[in-house]
Structure formats: structure tokens, C-alpha cells
Design a protein. Structure first.
Lengths: 356, 330
């Protein structure tokens, strides 16, 4: 019986608070950096949740998630650059990204069906690295290492007035200008919300239950009559589609796309860390992991810089506390988490329900 | 058709693939001198990749452990050897071949020793708790790789590190209009030596017999009273040492190394292991030579294609033989 306050409730409460904070972020935190962080959090929640569909719900380890993210981002970026700002290139880019992602997902899926499941991780890693190299080499399309800078649709220009007062100036609501930047943030927030709710609905559906069954006992799921291979390929395609859409949204928000913002292996590691820290196998975990890690990326470095100065006289320690070495510490935390709390934060807290 | 495949099978079957590849490349390239240079380069690269990949393959075959952190040994081997060589730069400048060779041997030895110790640490601390759990294995070894890469960054910094090379390995032999870089010949010879030693150990010693039996059926060997887990630590350490040696040789080959080296080579190593068939030393050698030759030929014939060549090779071979060219019997 529930005794009023359970772990699941606590996690859901935290997620609700995060959602509320993100919803009112432009009004609560008015500096540019905070909005940047909030938008990044929104997009990474979707990206991490779609990765969780694979690793947490179905038990597939893929290292090609940034590849799909990159397809979406580059699709929108290339078309926005070629066709100029507008909604058509964004839509076409999103479609093109999804189409390429689907083709690649099916190809990888079919290829790796022929080999042992454990090869999947290796093959996706190889595919992602080839795409990364191609993106930096085919510079006439992708801008190479420098990436592409372009303009977003007119609605999102900082000079756009959503509402103007009697003098023709931008109307202010609670001291916040209702300009294109605000519209841009809410475009990110709402699209991410829609994608996230879709995924949440999906995991609650009978289909989601089948996936969990496959993760728990593949042979048994097959014996009951579910075609494991078909379900695996389907969820891989679904997750690729969502990652690609998240990439398009990120490209529209950043107005810049390059290997470092969309394709690089560093982002793949971030996603992996977020999923494991937040908790595999629950959508809520993705939210918590993404929030913690993005915040850490932006604010932990400052803290580490201060710590490095404090221990400047000790040998080696300042080197390890250098703000650039933050991944070192995250890597250690990651290993310890996989050992001791394989369910991550959300999973561990929610598991307390069953024992009490 | 059947007759043809019989004849091919008697002549070596899949082992002929590199020869066929070289023959096709000879026709396409046209100039014999460039072909020889490229072939030697491909063989040398293949041998170095083989050293890095063989340990990974055996470890998987024996214990079903997939180590995504294997590349850490490669990078560490490269940096340890480079540091030793830089520390002994006095010997390298002494114009005495004996001293230079000694410095090189010490550098390789340091890399091997480091590989042994790091392999032991890695196996007991990182991998032992997650035997038989592939998902957590992949995650944990990935985490270990991140930590290792960051450690290298903390020790050696992110800027490219210049590797001094002994003078007697500099330059090239010139035979007619064919020029062969000496270091490539050296790498090929050393790799071949290690391969022969490995085959001898695996096929002619009692330990090798146990390892091969373990790859084929671990439970049965355990049931006969042998401690496969102890054997496994040994194989893991040897594999790590070989990876470190491969990294050290690669460092001398590239002469300018960055901490990203391990990660870049890891992709090649994975492709080689998948092509060759996990768990088989001969298969790994075959895969490594194929990949080495392919990337060198294509790098000359169509540089744009070379980027994806390994991937294409892997896809083609997997479509033909899903378990790799020479899989260990399972």
C-alpha cells in the first residue's frame, strides 16, 4: 500500500518541477546563458529519452545515436543555408533528416541481424565514425570542421515583435521582451514536450510492454510469438526518427551546425552518461540525467576551476581538477554508478517502493 | 563451379583474399613501383593493427568479454614508449646503432610491462564484477576508456607529442625505382615474429592447448578441473601487452601522436576483429592484412573513398560470411 509518499511520486514530482521551471525559464532566469542552458536541457531530454528506448527499454546498445541527431541537424542546416530562412527548408530538412536516418537505421538493423547481437555496438560505432569523418571531409555540403552558420525563420529573429504596445515598441510581460528569442525558446520547448509525451505514451502502450519483455528474456518473448527481430528493428527506427527530429530543432535554435554540436563522439558519451546517471528503463530518468549533466557541463567547470586554483601547490591534482578534465570525474562516477546503482537515480529511488 | 571452389579451398580458401586484393590492385594501379610501396605499407599497417586486435579477439573468444576500453592500452603503450624514447634521446643521438636499438627495445619493453600491469588491474578491478552481463560490460569498459583518455590528457597534454625515432629506422631502402620505408619493413618483421610466436604458443604448448579448448567450450574445460578464470587473466594481460606494443610501434610509425589515437584506431580494430571472426588469431591476422591493404590501395586510387573503405569491406564480408572469415569454432 502507498503510505502517502513513495519513490515514484517523488521522481514524478521532481520531473514536474523541472517541467515547470523549463516552461517559465525565460521569465525566471533572464540572462542569455540560462536560456541557452534551458534550451539545451529540453533537447537533450528528448535525445536521451529516445536513446533510453533502445538501451533501457529494449536492451540494445547503439553508439550511432549522434549520427541520427546529426542527420536531422545537417538536413535543416544545409537547406536553411541553400534556400534562405523560412519554414519550408526547416520542414524539408526535418523530412530529409528523418528519411536518411530511417534508411541508415534499416540498413544497420538488417546487417546486424545477420551477426551476433553484441556486434551491434561495434557496428554502430564504426558507422557513426564513418559519418563523422564524411561530414568533416565533404566540406562543400557540410562546411567541414567549421560547420554551417545560417539564419533561422524570421519569426525567431531577436528583432521580431510578437506583440507591440501603443508606441510600436516590443511589449514586455513581467519585464521580459516578447520578441523572437522568446518565440524561439517556446518553439524548442513545445516541440520537445510533444516528442517526449509521444515517447511516454509509446512506452506505456502494449508495444512498449513487448519491448520490455524482449529485454528481460529474448528467447521467451520469441517463444510467446513476438518476432523479436522485427520489434528491435522497429524501435531502432523509431528512436532514430526522434533523434533526427531533435537534431532539426537544435539546428533551428542554435543557427549553427557543425561536427562538434551534433555528430561528435563527445555528445554520444554525454548521452550515455545521462542515461546511466538518470536511470535506464524509465523516461523520468532521462529527464533527471539530462538536467544534471547539462547543468554540470555549464556550471561544474567553474567550480572545478576554483578547486584547481585552491590546490595549485600539490603536484598532479591541479591537472586533474583542470576544468577541461571534468569528463575524468564523470567517467569515474559513471563506472561507480554502473557497479553500485545500475538503475541510476530514478530507478534506484523508484525501486524503494517495491521493497517497502 | 564446384570444382573451382574445391581447387580454391585446397589452395587456402579465404586466405587467398589478400592475394586476390593485391592482384586486383596491381592491375588498377598499373605502376609496379607504387604497387610495391603501397603493398608494403599495407602489410606493415596490417601487422600493427593485428597486434592491437589479437588480444581483444582472444579475450572475447575465451570469456565472452567485449572490452571497449581496449584502445586505452593502445594509447598508453604509444605514450609510454614515446616518453621512454624522449627520455633516452641522448642514446638516440649517440650515432651508435647498438645504443639506439637498446633504447628502442627499452621503450617497447616499457610499453609491454605497462600493458601487463594495466591489463591485470583492468581485469581484476573493472571487468571481473561484470562477467556475463554484456550491457554493463560495454558501459563499464566505455567508462574506463573515458577515464583512461582523460588521464592521458592530464599527463601528456592535448598537443601532439613528437616521437623520436632511432636513426637506423629512418629513411628508405631504394631498390631500382621501388622505395620501401625502413620502419615499415621493421614493423612488418616484428609483427610477423609476434604472430609466429603466438601461433607456436597456441598450438604447441599446454597453455595454448587450454586456451584453444577454452575458446571452444569453456564449461567443458572447467569441468575437467582447469581454472579457466586464472587462464583468462593471463590471456587478458598478454592481450593488453600486445595492444600496448602495437601502440608503441604505431607511435614510431606516425612520429606525431595525440591522445585521440586510441579512439581512432579502435574503429579499425573493431572492424578487423569482426571481419576475422571473434576468437580466432588467424582470422584476426587475415582481417588486419585485408584492412591494411585496402586502406592503402584506396588511399592511392580514390582518396575520397578511402574514408569509408573499411566500412564497405566489413559490410561486404558480413553479407557473405556473417560470422567473419575464420571464426573460432563455437
Amino acid at each position: 500500500m502507498t503510505n502517502g509518499f513513495t519513490g515514484t511520486l517523488a521522481i514524478k514530482g521532481i520531473v514536474l518541477i523541472i517541467a515547470a521551471l523549463l516552461l517559465f525559464a525565460p521569465f525566471l532566469f533572464q540572462d542569455v546563458r540560462s536560456i541557452e542552458v534551458a534550451a539545451r536541457i529540453c533537447i537533450f531530454i528528448v535525445l536521451v529519452a529516445s536513446f533510453d528506448l533502445l538501451i533501457g527499454y529494449t536492451g540494445i546498445v547503439s553508439f550511432a545515436h549522434t549520427m541520427f541527431f546529426g542527420f536531422g541537424a545537417y538536413g535543416a542546416a544545409i537547406l536553411l543555408k541553400q534556400m534562405g530562412p523560412g519554414w519550408t527548408p526547416v520542414l524539408l530538412g526535418a523530412l530529409a533528416g528523418v528519411a536518411v536516418s530511417l534508411v541508415m537505421a534499416v540498413a544497420i538493423g538488417l546487417l546486424s541481424l545477420r551477426v551476433k547481437a553484441i556486434f551491434f555496438a561495434m557496428i554502430t560505432l564504426a558507422a557513426a565514425s564513418v559519418v563523422l569523418v564524411l561530414a568533416s571531409q565533404l566540406s562543400q555540403f557540410t562546411g567541414g570542421e567549421d560547420g554551417i552558420t545560417y539564419k533561422a525563420p524570421d519569426l525567431f529573429k531577436p528583432a521580431t515583435k510578437l506583440l507591440s504596445d501603443a508606441d510600436g515598441k516590443v511589449l514586455r510581460l513581467f519585464d521580459v521582451r516578447l520578441n523572437g528569442k522568446l518565440a524561439s525558446y517556446y518553439f524548442v520547448f513545445l516541440s520537445c514536450l510533444v516528442l517526449f509525451v509521444l515517447m511516454l505514451r509509446f512506452t506505456g502502450s502494449p508495444l512498449g510492454t513487448v519491448l520490455k519483455a524482449i529485454r528481460e528474456n529474448e528467447a521467451r518473448a520469441e517463444a510467446i510469438g513476438y518476432r523479436v527481430v522485427a520489434y528491435r528493428t522497429f524501435v531502432f527506427c523509431l528512436s532514430a526518427t526522434i533523434a533526427s527530429l531533435a537534431g532539426t530543432i537544435y539546428a533551428v535554435w542554435l543557427k549553427y551546425t557543425g561536427p562538434d554540436t551534433s555528430l561528435s563522439f563527445a555528445i554520444m558519451i554525454d548521452i550515455l552518461l545521462m542515461v546511466v546517471i538518470g536511470g535506464m528503463g524509465t523516461m523520468w530518468g532521462a529527464v533527471i540525467g539530462a538536467v544534471l549533466l547539462v547543468m554540470a557541463q555549464y556550471y561544474l567547470r567553474d567550480l572545478m576551476g576554483a578547486a584547481a586554483e585552491a590546490v595549485a601547490s600539490v603536484p598532479l591534482l591541479p591537472e586533474l581538477l583542470n576544468p577541461d578534465r571534468w569528463l575524468f570525474w564523470l567517467g569515474i562516477i559513471f563506472i561507480l554508478l554502473v557497479y553500485f546503482f545500475p538503475k541510476g537515480i530514478a530507478g534506484t529511488v523508484m525501486a524503494r517502493d517495491r521493497t517497502t | 563451379m564446384e570444382q573451382l571452389s574445391n581447387i580454391l579451398g585446397r589452395m587456402g580458401g579465404v586466405n587467398l583474399l589478400p592475394v586476390a586484393l593485391a592482384a586486383v590492385a596491381f592491375v588498377l594501379i598499373g605502376a609496379p613501383s607504387s604497387w610495391v610501396t603501397l603493398t608494403v605499407a599495407g602489410l606493415a599497417m596490417g601487422m600493427m593493427v593485428f597486434l592491437m586486435a589479437s588480444g581483444l579477439s582472444l579475450v572475447f573468444g575465451l570469456m565472452d568479454v567485449l572490452n571497449f576500453g581496449h584502445s586505452a592500452f593502445v594509447s598508453f603503450g604509444a605514450f609510454v614508449a614515446a616518453t621512454v624514447l624522449a627520455g633516452l634521446s641522448g642514446w638516440l643521438g649517440a650515432e651508435s646503432i647498438a645504443l639506439e636499438a637498446l633504447a628502442l627495445a627499452l621503450a617497447f619493453l616499457a610499453a609491454i610491462l605497462f600493458g601487463l600491469v594495466a591489463g591485470w588491474f583492468f581485469e581484476t578491478v573493472i571487468i571481473r564484477p561484470v562477467y556475463r552481463d554484456h550491457l554493463r560490460q560495454i558501459l563499464i569498459t566505455m567508462g574506463a576508456m573515458i577515464v583512461a583518455e582523460q588521464t592521458i590528457l592530464a599527463f601528456w597534454g592535448g598537443t601532439p607529442y613528437a616521437v623520436p625515432r632511432p636513426h637506423f629506422l629512418e629513411g628508405a631502402w631504394i631498390i631500382g625505382d621501388v622505395s620501401i620505408e625502413i620502419y615499415r619493413g621493421f614493423a612488418f618483421a616484428l609483427g610477423l615474429l609476434v604472430f609466429i610466436a603466438m601461433v607456436l604458443v597456441l598450438n604447441r604448448t599446454r597453455i595454448g592447448l587450454l586456451v584453444r579448448a577454452g575458446v571452444e567450450d569453456r564449461e567443458m574445460v572447467e569441468a575437467l578441473g582447469f581454472r579457466v578464470d586464472r587462464l583468462f587473466i593471463g590471456v587478458f594481460m598478454a592481450g593488453s601487452a600486445l595492444a600496448a606494443l602495437g601502440g608503441a610501434m604505431w607511435a614510431g610509425y606516425e612520429t606525431l601522436i595525440t591522445p585521440a589515437l586510441g579512439g581512432e584506431l579502435m574503429i579499425v580494430v573493431f572492424i578487423v576483429v569482426i571481419i576475422g571472426g571473434l576468437g580466432s588469431v588467424e582470422g584476426t591476422l587475415l582481417g588486419a592484412i585485408l584492412v591494411g591493404l585496402m586502406s592503402n590501395y584506396l588511399g592511392f586510387l580514390a582518396p575520397k573513398l578511402a574514408l569509408a573503405s573499411n566500412m564497405v569491406l566489413m559490410v561486404a564480408i558480413l553479407l557473405w560470411r556473417p560470422n567473419g572469415l575464420r571464426p573460432a569454432v563455437k
